[in-house]
Ligand binder design. Structure first.
Ligand code: SF4
Ligand code: SF4
Length: 181
């Protein structure tokens, strides 16, 4: 640890998304240790890092509390085999094709519908990785309070002419509306 500063980790399960993994990713963890929850991998990973003094995991029911206590009461850091399992799971997560939006926002200013294009693409990407539809819809609903939503697009094409990544924004917004609204 370079600066010898103690670290407190928040959101080790990434708002719950790492507790509900896509089946191809979840199978990697399940095969390695069928008796443990997905959340336990995320929390133990955080707690195993150098300099961590606390891992703050939000819990919404007593089952989650019991699960957390079951492996944190007598905490064991991840061993090398478990680290390899996590690396495989991470590779599987990264293999998903994502929308190549860089959030430059060049598309946003001239949109007559004030659509939050980069925010929508960020949420679509998150959904592609974690496949947690309820979570994605909730986040989408909250994010869209400040801007137009994907289905508000009138296909004027202004955004596409500004996008340095040459993204098919209209088509992608259409997909986002079908998935998340
Ligand atoms: S095509 Fe849709 S998202 Fe793009 S600028 Fe026009 S209304 Fe906005
Ligand atoms: S211009 Fe293209 S890359 Fe930039 S924020 Fe808009 S969609 Fe994303």
């Amino acid at each position: 640890m370079k600066h010898e500063i103690p670290v407190i980790v928040m959101e080790p399960v990434k708002g719950g998304t790492l507790a509900n993994l896509r089946s191809d990713v979840g199978d990697i963890l399940h095969e390695a240790n069928p008796g443990t929850s997905f959340a336990s991998w995320a929390i133990r990973y955080s707690a195993s890092l150098d300099g961590i003094i606390t891992v703050l995991s939000g819990m919404s029911d007593t089952d989650q509390l019991d699960d957390n206590v079951s492996y944190m009461e007598r905490f064991q850091p991840l061993d090398s085999g478990e680290r390899t399992v996590i690396e495989k799971a991470v590779e599987a997560l990264k293999s998903v094709e994502l929308i190549g939006c860089t959030a430059c926002k060049y598309c946003v200013n001239d949109c007559p519908q004030n659509i939050g294009i980069p925010s929508i693409f960020e949420l679509v990407n998150e959904f592609r990785v974690y496949r947690d539809l309820a979570y994605a819809k909730r986040r989408y609903g909250n994010t869209m309070k400040e801007s137009g939503k994907a289905s508000d697009c009138i296909a004027c094409g202004s955004c596409e002419s500004h996008c340095p990544q040459k993204l098919e924004i209209i088509r992608l917004l259409n997909e986002a509306a079908l998935q998340l609204e």
